[in-house]
Design a protein around this ligand. Structure first.
Ligand code: GLA
Length: 383
């Protein structure tokens, strides 16, 4: 870690001619289970991963926000008072959106320089955007001396994403990037925001969690995510419930004619997925990690068949992992590309990776990236 801190500090010095006031970091995530439930007031069970965005930041008078990224794109120099919805494009929209949302939460940012350096791959469905937002939010809030707790900062980061970046996401990614804990998954009720750290002792159980990055990038800003969200709201309205979180499978089945085949399938996914999260949490609480596999497999089938957000690459990755002996595998994140996860006995990890690579080659897909991930800590100040 000290190498990475040194690198971002050196980059800050080179660009600004002075030392930063500190370095902050926030992680990406994978979602173990509970997909497309967070904007239905439902349950999710993600974990923060050991891939981070680092932000070196320093206060600066004059009401401007200067931004540099060592990966993403050109620098930006923005007047804080000018930043707002629809005004900033590209990567700078994420940190600029956070500064805007902090101001809405009553935090006076004043002015700052920020240099970010990350190893959460963009477009892989591992929430590089939430990592960037949460690293920025912790940095700017600390610089301003604001006493916002992690849940409030997650709300700020989500507001930036929804209103300035323009993606109508739920709150899962920002909550886990703020609140994640090493060795734990985060059981989150997205209605009450009640959060529980659930132990995930993968190594002790002889298991390993692999990320199967299909390298087929997904784009949330396009319409499919918003379409799913609208379909869920319409189904909830037709069922007469505040959100699909409140619907039962029996209600969905009884209303199938009113909902239409597609609406019923979307609602069925959300209702059954919420139930799978609760089952998964019960298994983790009793230390029964071995029995998680079938829940992951059922989640993938539901996302593929009922919610229709998988892709040929994701299905290929999941099938190959299961063929090679994975306990369970599923797409993770929004879908339409991005990554899958596979829960595998540690001794099978090499074989699963090989099988996924072979299946991609046979299907004529570009090579995937297969790597283990560990459950890691959420956003924090490093120096
Ligand atoms: C994206 C969104 C999250 C969530 C997932 C799907 O990651 O940012 O809020 O909706 O998709 O579960």
């Amino acid at each position: 870690m000290s190498d990475r801190v040194g690198r971002v500090v050196a980059a800050f010095r080179e660009r600004t001619g002075r030392d930063p006031d500190g370095v902050w970091a926030a992680p990406g995530r994978v979602n173990l289970i509970g997909e497309h439930t967070d904007y239905n007031d439902g349950f999710v069970l993600p974990l923060a991963i050991d891939r981070l965005v680092l932000a070196a930041a320093g206060r600066r008078d004059g009401g401007r926000l200067r931004l540099w990224s060592l990966q993403s794109g050109p620098p930006a120099d923005l007047e804080l008072a000018w930043i707002g919805p629809g005004r900033v494009g590209g990567w700078a929209a994420y940190p600029a959106g956070v500064a805007w949302a902090l101001a809405r939460a009553g935090v006076e940012v004043g002015g700052a320089d920020l240099v970010v350096d990350g190893d959460v791959p963009a477009g892989a469905g591992l929430s590089s955007s939430a990592a960037l937002e949460c690293a920025t939010a912790t940095a700017l809030a600390d610089l301003a001396g604001a006493g916002l707790d992690p849940t409030a900062l997650a709300g700020v980061a989500r507001r930036a994403e929804n209103e300035v970046v323009g993606v109508p996401s739920g709150v899962m990614d920002q909550m886990v990037s703020m609140l994640g804990r090493a060795g734990h998954a985060l059981f989150l009720d997205t209605r009450s925001l009640a959060a529980e750290q659930v132990p995930l002792p993968l190594a002790a159980a002889g298991l390993c969690l692999l990320v199967l990055d299909t390298r087929a990038g997904h784009r949330l800003v396009d319409g499919a995510y918003a379409d799913r969200r609208a379909a869920c709201e319409a189904a909830a309205a037709a069922l007469g419930v505040p959100a699909l979180r409140d619907a039962t499978l029996a209600q969905v089945e009884a209303a199938a004619a009113t909902l239409g085949a597609e609406g019923a399938a979307r609602a069925r996914h959300v209702v059954t997925e919420n139930a799978r999260v609760l089952e998964a949490v019960a298994l983790l609480r009793s230390g029964d990690l071995d029995r998680l596999g079938p829940l992951l497999a059922a989640s993938h089938a539901s996302l593929r068949d009922d919610y229709e957000v998988s892709s040929p690459e994701l299905d290929t990755a999941v099938e190959a992992a299961m063929d090679a002996g994975a306990a369970g595998a599923r797409m993770t994140g929004a879908g339409f590309g991005g990554s899958a996860i596979a829960l595998v006995r540690a001794e099978l990890a090499g074989r699963v990776g090989d099988r996924v690579r072979e299946a991609f080659a046979a299907a004529g897909f570009a090579p995937p990236e297969v790597a283990p991930v560990a459950a890691a800590d959420g956003a924090r100040r490093l120096t």
